[in-house]
Design a protein around this ligand. Structure first.
Ligand code: SF4
Length: 377
């Protein structure tokens, strides 16, 4: 089993909080798709013949691609890897791209899951974030997708926006539930160095919400979505039963994936590699058969750290027998020793051979995870 990720690094304009690699140079779109197809062919052996179970088009803004460009990509994947074994094919979309015409076109492609970046239903915040849509447009876009037959829709939300109140966040959550989507990803706003958001805070033009407030928002998120029937299956991800993201789950379950496109990451079980985050250098490298990428062989402590970090973020937690088999007695005992104080404080729990967070542990998950990581072999 394996996954394919395609990075579509184009945006009409930049949202102020975003630090994903993307460019507003839309003129490269056509050349980029051609090169992406070429990379898919060049790296055919990367997945060692594993059946492809999930495909994810992320960005950037994949919904800036037109019918012919998307058809070309799916046809290439079909030819090189086959689409017959795919259970889930997701495309990320911005609400303003989801016109009736575009949604109908998407419904003719082998796409069975949409991930729509809504972020908030507050128009002032959307404006501040430099998003391209209003709350009303986002709601209509989701309805159009549902009407066109998409019944596996995820939306993204952000909480802890500057000046956000509990009433506003509760409103966002209720709007999200009312949309009748199957999956919700919700992230606390982060201030990444170099972003416009970071600069606004530097100039004291906006204020970051207090940590206590952010934890309260997280609690509201869990309570509201739980009572609406959503399962909290990963720290930032909620789904109706059966609708977890197969693609993202494979990142957390150590399944290999091939990432094509500028800045895309790939993982083959022993190493991680990432393409250059530069559109022109990426296009030129692939076109000339000299791809520009970096690769890191993952040593035992690094693989252990990733296993602990990603596993603990999920509701299922870490399978202890698997950890012992993969990383040996020494790291297994180290984990149990480091976890003990948190088990005693009821922040971590072992159930049926799995170590996982309790609800109170989730509120301090970052600091617990960093205490469980290994610093040396
Ligand atoms: S959040 Fe999405 S649409 Fe906004 S700049 Fe980042 S990649 Fe582009």
């Amino acid at each position: 089993m394996a996954g394919i990720y395609l990075h579509i690094p184009f945006c009409k304009k930049r949202c102020i909080y975003c630090n994903f690699y993307s460019s507003t140079l839309l003129k490269y779109r056509g050349a980029y798709v051609g090169v992406l197809c070429r990379e898919l062919r060049q790296r055919k052996e990367y997945l060692k013949g594993e059946a492809v179970k999930t495909i994810y088009l992320g960005g950037g803004t994949p919904s800036l691609l037109q019918r012919t460009e998307l058809e070309k990509l799916f046809s290439e994947i079909g030819k090189v890897y086959g689409l017959g074994t795919c259970e889930e094919i997701t495309i990320e979309a911005n609400p303003d791209d989801l016109t009736e015409h575009y949604v109908k076109m998407l419904a003719t492609l082998p796409v069975n899951r949409l991930s729509i970046g809504i972020q908030t239903f507050n128009d002032d915040s959307l404006k501040l974030l430099n998003r391209r849509h209003t709350a009303e447009e986002a709601i209509s876009a989701v309805k159009r997708c549902q009407d066109a037959g998409f019944h596996n829709i995820s939306i993204d939300l952000i909480y802890g926006l500057p000046g956000e109140t509990e009433v506003q966040w509760q409103y966002d959550l209720e709007q999200a539930v009312a949309l009748g989507v199957q999956h919700i990803s919700a992230y606390s706003l982060t201030y990444e160095e170099g972003t416009a958001l970071w600069k606004l805070r530097e100039k004291q033009q906006i204020q970051e919400v207090e940590e206590e407030q952010s934890l309260l928002f997280f609690k509201m998120l869990m309570d509201t979505l739980k009572s609406a029937g959503f399962e909290h299956y990963e720290i930032s991800n909620f789904c109706l039963p059966g609708y977890h993201s197969r693609h993202n789950s494979s990142y957390w379950e150590d399944i290999p994936y091939l990432g094509c496109g500028a800045s895309a990451h790939s993982y083959d079980g022993i190493s991680r590699q990432w393409n250059v985050a530069d559109l022109e250098r990426y296009i030129q490298g692939i076109a000339e058969g000299t791809p520009v990428f970096e690769r890191e062989i993952l040593d035992l402590p690094t693989r252990y750290n990733e296993f602990v970090m990603t596993g603990l973020r999920t509701a299922k937690g870490i399978e202890l027998t698997k950890l012992r088999q993969q990383f040996g007695e020494k790291l297994f005992r180290y984990l149990l020793e480091m976890a003990k104080p948190y088990i005693d404080r009821n922040c971590l729990l072992i159930t049926e051979n799995r170590l996982h967070f309790t609800e109170s542990g989730l509120f301090i998950s970052d600091s617990i995870i960093s205490d469980l990581l290994s610093i040396s072999d």
